[in-house]
Write a protein that binds this ligand. Structure first.
Ligand SMILES: *Cc1c(COP(=O)(O)O)cnc(C)c1O
Length: 404
């Protein structure tokens, strides 16, 4: 009598894990495949021992890269005109990984006084606690940068234009100050590295490495994403040994970026240049129009004659981002300026920028700066989205009606 038929197949639960089917390899479409994996397989022990992820020649572990993350790194290196890129989970973590990779106890860091605030907060918090001192220089005065450099200076941050107030510095002049200081250092002494926060330029307004910087960092949260829905940062270099130093610190910190977030950025990147220029046009039109409003004392936008550093922008850039800032006439109270924000309908109150929705934030600049700020009033920073300019003007007009 025959017993139950001998089933040589593994049980269903095993077959659901180890499935024999392999799809054919030739699928191609505009989308970059979203590869996921903490675990990565190796065909042999020899492969496990010999594979190197650091030069992107192989895969070893999810944190060390996938076809999806390597693809975005290569594309961001292209955006910035650099050669090497690493991705961080936010723009801020891209700033802090540069600081941590390059600075040790006893070193000094220089940051523009008008730099992105949370980067200054990291310097005042963790870096100070680790015995790394920070000095703040006036980015509009290369001589002030020269005065701030000491033998302990190791890293100089640059930002064009300044955060919120949008003063446009002379980046080549600032880089020249650092290069001159490096030339005076003794043979074998550690060089000062320059790192640019290029979130505003995004790789579109100017080519960062043509200005002489060593590192270009971006909050990809802004233009590369373009959706207001992803947080990510990039650190791009042209120097292989500098990249290696950054990459090893990045690995030891365990910084990783999720495949679904990478997918969103890869989808937005092909139209980033179009978005940049469309938002630039709309922003310039609104900034010029705001300058003519009687309640307005000053508009900050690097492409406007009279805006601080306009001549530097004109010499080194060919486009401008979607930001402008406004100071109202001194007779208006802080409450009246806040009320403009509360009355806006299309402009939402919110941080970040370069997404589809126009945004506004009121800032009390004097409280954010070491150096004096000449305006008593609040400053409103506007970020222009993708709405029709005429609708945005109408929104601003109705929100400013109580200032008439
Ligand atoms: C937004 C921004 C950052 C930080 O990016 P997050 O992704 O929000 O951390 C850094 N620098 C500048 C100039 C920014 O605008």
């Amino acid at each position: 009598m025959a017993g139950p038929q001998q089933d040589i197949q593994p049980a269903l639960e095993t077959r659901l894990v180890h499935h024999a089917y392999r799809p054919p390899a030739e699928f191609e479409s505009p989308a970059v495949p979203v590869h996921k994996g903490s675990t990565v397989y190796f065909p042999t022990v020899a492969a496990m021992r010999s594979r190197d992820w650091k030069d992107k020649s192989a895969y070893t572990y999810g944190l060390h890269g996938t076809p999806t993350s390597f693809t975005l790194e290569e594309r961001m290196a292209t955006v910035e005109g650099g050669q090497f890129c690493l991705l961080a989970p936010s723009g801020l973590s891209a700033i802090t990984v540069v600081d941590m990779a390059l600075l040790a106890t006893g070193d000094e860091l220089l940051i523009p006084d008008n730099a992105y605030g949370p980067g200054k907060a990291f310097a005042e918090g963790e870096l100070r606690q680790w015995g790394i001192a920070t000095r703040y220089y006036n980015a509009m005065d290369p001589a002030d940068l020269a005065r701030c450099i000491t033998p302990a200076t190791r890293l100089v941050w640059l930002e064009a234009p300044g955060s919120v107030t949008l003063e446009y510095p002379d980046i080549p002049a600032l880089v020249a100050v650092v290069q001159a200081a490096n030339q005076q250092r003794a043979e074998g002494a550690r060089r000062i590295v320059t790192a640019l926060d290029n979130t505003w330029g995004a790789g579109v307004a100017f080519a960062p490495f043509s200005l002489g910087v060593d590192i270009s960092m971006q909050a990809m949260t802004k233009y590369p994403s373009g959706g207001g829905d992803v947080l990510m940062g990039s650190v791009v270099t042209r120097d292989a040994s500098l990249h290696r130093q950054l990459l090893l610190c990045h690995m030891r910190l365990g910084l990783g970026v999720g495949a679904n977030d990478i997918e969103l950025v890869l989808r937005g990147l092909p139209n980033m240049v179009l978005r940049y220029h469309a938002q630039d046009r709309a922003t310039r039109e609104l900034a010029q129009w705001m300058q003519q409003q009687p309640a307005v004392a000053q508009v900050f936008h690097p492409a406007l004659p009279g805006s601080p550093g306009h001549e530097h922008w004109q010499r080194t850039a060919t486009a401008a981002a979607c930001l402008f800032s406004v100071v109202f006439q001194p007779q208006f109270s802080a409450e009246q300026v806040d009320a403009v924000c509360d009355r806006l309908k299309l402009f939402k109150l919110g941080y970040s920028w370069a997404g589809p929705v126009s945004l506004v934030v009121p800032y009390d600049i004097a409280s954010m700066r070491q150096q004096p700020w000449p305006y008593a009033n609040r400053l409103l920073r506007f970020a222009v989205g993708l709405e029709a300019v005429e609708d945005l003007k109408a929104d601003l007009l109705q929100a400013m009606a109580h200032l008439a």
